[in-house]
Ligand binder design. Sequence first.
Ligand SMILES: Cc1cc2nc3c(=O)[nH]c(=O)nc-3n(C[C@H](O)[C@H](O)[C@H](O)COP(=O)(O)O)c2cc1C
Ligand SMILES: [Fe+2]
Ligand SMILES: [Fe+2]
Length: 395
Amino acid sequence: MKQLSDNIWYVGVNDRDKERFECLWPLPYGVSYNSYLVTGDRTALIDTVDSRFFPQFLAEVRAVLGNRPVDYLVINHMEPDHSGSIALVRSVWPDVCLVGNKKTLAMVQGYYGQAAPVLEVGEGSTLELGGPALQFTLTPMVHWPETMMTLETGSMTLFSGDAFGCFGSLDGGVLDTELPLQHYWTEMVRYYSNIVGKYGQQVQMALRKLGGTQLGMVCSTHGPVWTEHIAQVVDVYNRLSLYEGRPGATLVFGSMYGNTALMAESVAEGLVQGGVKDFTMHKLSRTDLSYLIADAFTYKGLLLGAPTYNNGLYPLMQEYVNELQGRLLKNRLVGCFGSFTWAGQAVRRLQEFATQPGMELVGQPVEMKQGFTAETAAQCRQLGLDMAHRLTEEA
Ligand SMILES: Cc1cc2nc3c(=O)[nH]c(=O)nc-3n(C[C@H](O)[C@H](O)[C@H](O)COP(=O)(O)O)c2cc1C
Ligand SMILES: [Fe+2]
Ligand SMILES: [Fe+2]
């Protein structure tokens, strides 16, 4: 428990056990499930935590409230990392009024069989707590249909749900001013690209709704509470949701027996010769997809290389391309290369990806039959150089 202002408290928990968020995305730094308590004449909890942490959560809330009950539970988001303790909260405080929009309340009924007392709120609705007051903004598909944000209008504190969130537990502090922030910035890109990435347009709509609101504090459901870095956090979410990439590159390749790997080395040499210093290089079978997706969202340049496999694309590359397409990634410069032994497919498939609307094919795709030659090496270096030149124009 930590007091954030006269009447706002942090009552969230750290999860240092879960290996993969949503059983998909690695959590090397853990994750926090943030919940907040707003206290006036009446009390309101904003979201809950994963049900495995309910005993700790209950202790945190009781440490603030003592014998006072929770009067309202505001549900900004129904993903079970936040909604999981709703029924348990009701079992402790049976009269707690559940606050949500129409879609939320239907989901609460469906998941947890919870009905009245509820308070249905819509865009701009307010809830007076006797002192602090809450105002609600609907932000559908950031990243579920029912998602909304709650503003405490006295202190201009925004409870933003998953928006502005990041992976990483809160180690010894809660505020951005008291934590070493470095890894949260990279974990923010990974959280955004992995979880929210498909919904750039909806994030943009939410940002437009918030536009002009002078925020004092941003309380997301994951990661630090933002006070001094609000503009920076909003800027990160703005650029990511516009699918803007930095003028660097990520080179992602697959290789079973090392031939396509030799191509990748030559492409990287070309990039470096062309003066690109801001780039990453990953072998698909070594780096988790989560980081590869994050780098595709980070960089403007995408260099993809893979062998042909069963008359198709090497499976790990197919999965990667599917994940990028599924997230509607666009505004990217794409170079491609690949290999085959008897009938090539990989380069053709990568080229299809590189020529979709919103993508620009850079350089000549390089296709290698069987062994690596000096000629292939030169073509690959040229591909890296072409990408470097195109990136220089973007910088
Ligand atoms: C299981 C398997 C399936 C393959 N399927 C094809 C194929 O359909 N067409 C083809 O031309 N080459 C095929 N190949 C050959 C590979 O494309 C070739 O080994 C590869 O280009 C070598 O690159 P690498 O050394 O980077 O793995 C296949 C190879 C394996 C191991
Ligand atoms: Fe979520
Ligand atoms: Fe979440």
